[in-house]
Ligand binder design. Structure first.
Ligand SMILES: Nc1ncnc2c1ncn2[C@@H]1O[C@H](COP(=O)(O)OP(=O)(O)O)[C@@H](O)[C@H]1O
Ligand SMILES: [Mg+2]
Length: 501
């Protein structure tokens, strides 16, 4: 059985007898239940747990003012009263109504029972004074024991429930406050994290932008550098045909000068023949001029000179065209590209880089579909691979005077990919540097020969800008094969190069 509740009860009445009456009516001894047979106690407890009867601790105040003082003291001790029985009429000081008003100002949840024998206050007056309230009951004198007890029990229970509800509410309130604070803290830290993430994202975007910018600048620089480098070779390439075009034209000039006297003799000879009187002197003169100009030699050599000149002009035109296509400024947009043509152009402009050390084998698939690509950048990649191949071969054959190596360039369609293979018979790439060759600025070449950017740029162009792949296979002492793979767009997949051209 749980311990009985103790309810502090205050009786405010100027009549000593009334205090006595309440004392006896609510005395703990009187209201305890009758003792239970000790033998049957356990069984009875289990079947019908005994009710816990409240215990009332009664204090007596003899005026409203004293009652208020008691209430204040009880509050200060944190042992508040559960209920108060208040006499309506008191001989000195406040009457019941005023007393109740003053007490509720201090302790608003005190349950009050107005004790009255008079009709001078109607319920209506009370409502007018305090509004509708459930904390107030009226007990008419003379008191019935049962009435008083029932009132006291009911109010005790009510006060108890009210307090329970209140402390439950307070607990809930505390919980809510705690959780709200926790949520607020979580929210704050989330906001902080979001801000941090946002900042990191922005920084990453900036870094990415800078990286792209630097890459672009590097590509541009390398392009300029290789164009500068190629320019010397191209000048040389153009110089040779230009020279023999010049030689041939000078030969033709001289030949023509020698033919002119012969041509000039033709007219007088023709006139004399028409007149029917060609003189022996005239004939001898023509014969002498003919002998002097060595016509047989001229007839034999002139067509060759013309043919050679035309060939030279064709070569120059080819180099110029290849240069123009190779250094295609581009619009920054991808366009349809014939990879075979790109390979041809690159080989022409880079001829001076490879032709002394390598013979070239071309194996280009004629119906290779076009790919969408950035022409300038793609040409640069092919050039980088061809130059690397030539350098690797030069490392084996020296200046090529004792025999050349071979560069084999082929193009192939492989499913949805177009591939360019650049194979060389150079040194091969030693095992220990294979995972470094694509690193920016990694080079095994002496200063001035290599910058270590060729393959780094090739990869960023092929993988980064074209969603392609760049890989190599190599054997030291045998050579290396670099493979560029570029996606063939669905729209062009079945369209051979020559149809699209
Ligand atoms: N075809 C190749 N054969 C052998 N080694 C190669 C070949 N291509 C590249 N390499 C190696 O990779 C390195 C990096 O190449 P690259 O990025 O083009 O820079 P660079 O040519 O300026 O050195 C070269 O220095 C070389 O050691
Ligand atoms: Mg290189």
């Amino acid at each position: 059985m749980s311990a009985a509740h103790l309810y502090r009860t205050l009786v405010i009445d100027d009549d000593v007898c009334i205090h006595k009456i309440f004392g006896s009516m609510l005395s703990p001894a009187l209201i305890q239940p009758p003792p239970v047979n000790p033998l049957g106690a356990a069984a009875a407890d289990a079947a019908h747990p005994r009710a816990t009867f409240p215990v009332f601790e009664i204090d007596s105040a003899f005026s409203g003012e004293q009652g208020l003082a008691y209430v204040q003291k009880a509050l200060a001790e944190k042992r508040p009263y559960a209920m108060a029985f208040v006499d309506m009429r008191m001989t000195t000081g406040w009457d019941g109504i005023q007393t109740i008003g003053e007490i509720w100002k201090e302790c608003s949840d005190l349950q009050i029972i107005i004790c009255t024998a008079h009709t001078d206050f109607t319920w209506h007056d009370i409502i007018k004074q305090f509004g509708h309230t459930d904390r107030l009951l009226v007990l008419k004198k003379p008191f019935e024991v049962m009435d008083v007890r029932q009132l006291a029990y009911a109010l005790a229970e009510k006060w108890n429930l009210f307090n329970q509800a209140r402390s439950h509410l307070q607990r809930l309130q505390k919980l809510v406050t705690r959780r709200t604070a926790k949520l607020r803290k979580t929210n704050l830290s989330l906001q902080h994290k979001i801000a941090q993430l946002k900042k990191a994202q922005e920084e990453q975007q900036q870094a990415e932008q800078q990286r792209r910018m630097m890459e672009m600048q590097l590509r541009q620089a390398q392009k300029l550098e290789s164009v500068g480098h190629l320019a010397a070779g191209i000048a040389h390439e153009i110089n040779t045909p230009t020279q023999y075009i010049g030689d041939n034209i000078r030969f033709l000039e001289k030949s023509f000068a020698r033919v002119i006297p012969l041509l000039r003799r033709q007219e007088p000879l023709l006139r004399a023949v028409k007149a029917g009187e060609p003189t022996a002197a005239l004939v001898a003169e023509v014969e002498q001029t003919l002998a002097q100009c060595d016509l047989e030699f001229l007839l034999a050599e002139t067509p060759r000179a013309i043919e050679q000149s035309l060939e030279g002009i064709h070569n120059v035109a080819r180099i110029v065209r290849a240069m123009r296509d190779f250094s295609h400024p581009g619009t920054g947009e991808k366009i349809e590209i014939d990879l075979n043509q790109a390979v041809e152009n690159t080989l022409v402009v880079a001829a001076n880089e490879w032709k002394y050390v390598a013979t070239l084998v071309k194996d280009l698939q004629p119906d290779l579909p076009h790919v969408l690509a950035l022409p300038g950048e793609l040409n640069q990649v092919i050039l980088n691979l061809v130059v690397n191949a030539a350098h690797a071969i030069a490392d084996v054959v020296g200046d090529g005077s004792g025999g050349k190596g071979t560069i084999t360039i082929s193009t192939r369609r492989c499913g949805d990919w177009a591939e360019i293979h650049v194979r060389d018979t150079g040194t091969g790439i030693p095992e220990e540097i294979r995972d470094k060759v694509f690193d920016p600025f990694f080079t095994t070449r002496p200063i001035g020969k290599g910058t270590g950017q060729g393959l780094a740029i090739a990869r960023s162009v092929i993988v980064g800008r074209h969603n392609g792949a760049l890989s190599f296979q190599t054997r030291v002492g045998i050579g290396t094969l670099f493979t560029i793979r570029l996606p063939i767009q669905a729209a062009h997949a079945d369209q051979p190069a020559r149809e699209a051209a």
